[in-house]
Design a protein around this ligand. Structure first.
Ligand code: IPE
Ligand code: IPE
Ligand code: MG
Length: 242
């Protein structure tokens, strides 16, 4: 069945899609280029895929851009990534604004430079009035760190006497995550050939469908997103029922 690409929230288009943008380094290596060249190509593709997802009616798009473990990379690679984040937040995000995209950030952004943090705040504030697709950028994000943070908040409420341990519900935990108020991802896509979560949306992905692609992120095209959606549509989600 052909996808209806025009109607926002078109039937069959998953409401919330997550993408682990992986394979930039291998893309560059294949071409004899430095890893940073792969990140530049990956960042350009981030722009293409975001616009496409918005155009086909995806309501929430969560892109994994930098994990809590990615700080372990060589300093020069980390600084190349930070430069790209600044550049893309300035350039690409201003055109996302024209497309009615609201940008949110998932992760501990306090670890970034003051300039990058100021940019993050500005983008969040300026796009807060947009009511089109929500673009979640997971930056210095880790599922375990996110859950730990939520546990600390709830533990503090228990310590203060405002909450009893037996009153803690799954909804309360969801409500303390960076994705509070958003639906869980329906589909998570990972290009690059790896078949693992790498600490992405651990709590939220309890019943998420997965689609893996043997394609490196800079080569991942809108047609591959269509393919992933087709795969998703053929799945029978049971949520533990029959
Ligand atoms: C993903 O590509 C980008 C980030 C993690 C920031 P990689 O840099 O992990 O590329 P590979 O996996 O080494 O090919
Ligand atoms: C996951 O990719 C993180 C992002 C894409 C931002 P990694 O390349 O860091 O994951 P591993 O090391 O292959 O598990
Ligand atoms: Mg990788």
């Amino acid at each position: 069945m052909a996808l209806d690409k025009k109607t926002p929230g078109a039937a069959g288009v998953p409401q919330h899609i997550g993408i682990i943008m992986d394979g930039n380094g291998r893309w560059a290596k294949k071409r004899g280029l430095p890893r940073s060249a792969g990140h530049t190509a990956g960042a350009a593709n981030f722009r293409t895929i975001t616009r496409y997802a918005s155009s086909i009616g995806v309501k929430y798009l969560t892109l994994y851009a930098f994990s809590t473990e990615n700080w372990n990379r060589p300093a020069e690679e980390v600084s190349a990534l930070m430069r790209l984040f600044r550049q893309y937040l300035e350039e690409a995000l201003s055109d996302f604004m024209d497309e009615n995209i609201r940008v949110r950030f998932l992760g501990d952004v306090s670890a970034f430079s003051p300039e990058l943090q100021a940019l993050i705040r500005r983008v969040e504030e300026e796009s807060a009035v947009k009511d089109g697709m929500v673009l979640n950028l997971a930056m210095n994000y880790g599922g375990r760190a996110e859950i730990t943070r939520a546990m600390r908040t709830l533990a503090a409420r228990v310590e203060s006497g405002a909450l009893k341990p037996e009153e803690i519900t799954e909804e309360m935990i969801s409500g303390e995550l960076y994705t509070a108020g958003q639906p869980d991802p329906d589909l998570i896509i990972r290009p690059s050939g790896e078949e693992r979560l790498s600490n992405f949306l651990l709590w939220q992905s309890a019943y998420t469908e997965f689609a893996y692609f043997d394609i490196l992120w800079p080569d991942f095209k809108p047609q591959h997103l269509d393919e992933a959606i087709e795969k998703f549509r053929s799945r029978n989600r049971r949520f533990g029922g029959v």
